[in-house]
Design a protein around this ligand. Structure first.
Ligand code: TGC
Ligand code: FAD
Length: 405
């Protein structure tokens, strides 16, 4: 399917998304009117722009190009970054709510926004020169240009410190060689934030631009997960990087890992959205579906599933809210973020699997969002640090003993 055919398909669809959010502990009372306004407007946008097309996008493995600007218009790229660079100037709860609503639609759509905001705009803002900020941030915030983040390599995933991608100082430019793999947004990105080692073995961050000679971005196919998100490689074959494209304000692995804190925080909220969608779908279905002469919602076994899903979603919502307040105060630690990412993704996967069973055979079809969420979450539990890696981060924090190596 081409982008034109997808657009035509969208124009013929009715808006039929009946999502209602569970809020058992009245967490809405903890939100400001502004938070609720942001949340509701993004929810409406997802119902109009994403829900009608997402199933076909996943079946066809196509990223809907036309949402790039739309995501910018609703302020989903770097909402927590300052207004002076064209960003939202909002707090971390607003950022979390935005990610929750996008991932309620689809993890791949949230991925597109969180890579742009947390992994491309954030490092430019945090580590870039004033010229870099002015040159890139406003255009990234509006969606005029898109970015990607290259840390993972074919042979270095959980252990990015062992990366082999290199920059070599050639006087008035750097020469970049190596390859990055599994890079969200790479196939269409205009710029890439790339992490590479210099001659001294120190990790440096830089901005590569599409069109630079020697840079290619082949797409990764045959994914069963995140099918509406474009994933690819970044291949660097003697790419000349102008000196002004290096981040002046960071050296070492803490550069990329600092960006991951922001993205992992967003994922903690995002997956709650996916879990809510699965729960809400299963609840509605259980009331409509009759077996043995009554709605399946009347059977104790199905009620157990609903009660446990709601309990787990509620606990995850509370983790998000508290972590959001710590982020706003600048007090959240990387291991607190690891706990939230690890717990909430695992929770969402379990909710998706339980909800899928409640729909019986219908649960495996694209008529309902659950199987799609479940498959997406298999990527989410792996990227931004696997379930195991976050456990090891917590183990290190608790005991002071490093069990990574
Ligand atoms: P280690 O020696 O522990 O640390 C190296 C330096 O980094 C500092 N540091 C951090 N700084 C800020 N935030 C954090 N979370 C940090 N964690 C560590 C640390 O203090 C040290 O600083 P310094 O000044 O002493 O040099 O590093 P290590 O090599 O032992 O590795 C630690 C480990 C395993 C936790 C880390 O490498 C890790 O997190 N691995 C997982 C890799 C990962 O998450 N990759 C994600 C790739 S991006 C992605 O998946 C995007 S998907 C996007 C989407 O589509 O949504
Ligand atoms: P490995 O590191 O090879 O791990 C394999 C298994 O070994 C895992 O179960 C892991 O938990 C376990 N393991 C590893 N080390 C240890 C240890 N010390 N102790 C115990 N168990 C261990 N990366 C980017 O840089 N940018 C992106 O935009 C990006 N987008 C992605 C999009 C998708 C759809 C996917 C699937 C991945 C993406 N990634 C991206 C890569 C992602 O971050 C990595 O896949 C992830 O960090 C894990 O690395 P790996 O796949 O190489 O697994």
């Amino acid at each position: 399917m081409t982008q034109e055919e997808l657009l035509k398909f969208k124009q013929n669809q009715k808006i039929n998304d009946q999502f209602k959010q569970p809020d058992f502990y009245e967490i809405d009372d903890l939100l400001t009117e502004e938070h609720k306004l942001i949340r509701d407007s993004i929810r409406d946008w997802v119902k109009k722009e994403i829900s009608p097309i997402i199933d076909v996008c996943c079946h066809e493995a196509i990223f809907p190009d036309f949402i790039k600007k739309g995501l910018g218009e609703i302020g989903c790229y770097g909402p927590q970054l300052p207004v002076e660079y064209g960003c939202g100037g909002l707090d971390y709860i607003s950022y979390g709510l935005a990610m929750q609503e996008l991932e309620r639609g689809d993890s791949g759509i949230r991925s597109t926004a969180s890579v742009q905001g947390s992994l491309v705009m954030y490092p430019i803002y945090k580590f870039g020169s004033e010229e870099q900020k002015r040159k890139y941030l406003p255009r990234l915030a509006s969606g005029e240009i898109m970015g990607c983040f290259g840390l993972t390599e074919p042979n270095h995933g959980s252990d990015p410190g062992a990366m082999i991608t290199r920059i070599e100082d050639k006087g008035d430019y750097y020469l970049l060689n190596g390859a990055k793999m599994w890079i969200s947004n790479a196939p269409f990105a205009d710029i890439a934030v790339v992490w590479a080692k210099d001659e001294k073995g120190i990790v440096r961050g830089l901005i590569a631009e599409r069109g630079m000679e020697g840079l290619s971005t082949p797409e990764t196919h045959k994914k069963w997960s995140l099918r509406a998100s474009a994933t690819g490689e970044l291949v660097f074959d003697n790419v000349k990087i102008p000196k002004e494209n290096i981040f002046p304000n960071v050296q070492g692995l803490k550069g990329p890992l600092t960006c991951l804190n922001s993205a992992r925080y967003g994922i903690s909220w995002g997956v709650v959205g996916a879990a809510m969608d699965c729960y809400d779908t299963a609840l509605r279905y259980s009331k409509e579906r009759k077996q043995f002469g009554k709605s399946i919602s009347g059977f104790q076994l199905q009620q157990k599933k609903l009660a446990e899903m709601l309990t787990d979603i509620t606990k995850a919502q509370l983790i998000c809210w508290r972590l959001g307040t710590l982020m706003n105060e600048g007090k959240a630690t990387p291991s607190q973020i690891s706990l939230a990412k690890r717990n909430n993704v695992d929770m969402a996967l379990n909710v998706a699997r339980t909800a899928r069973q409640m729909l019986g055979a219908m649960g495996i079809t694209g008529d309902y969002p659950i199987m799609r969420h479940m498959m997406n979450l298999e990527s989410v539990v792996t990227y931004e640090g696997t379930h195991d890696i976050h456990l090891l981060i917590l183990g290190y924090e608790i005991t002071g003993d490093n069990a990574f190596n």
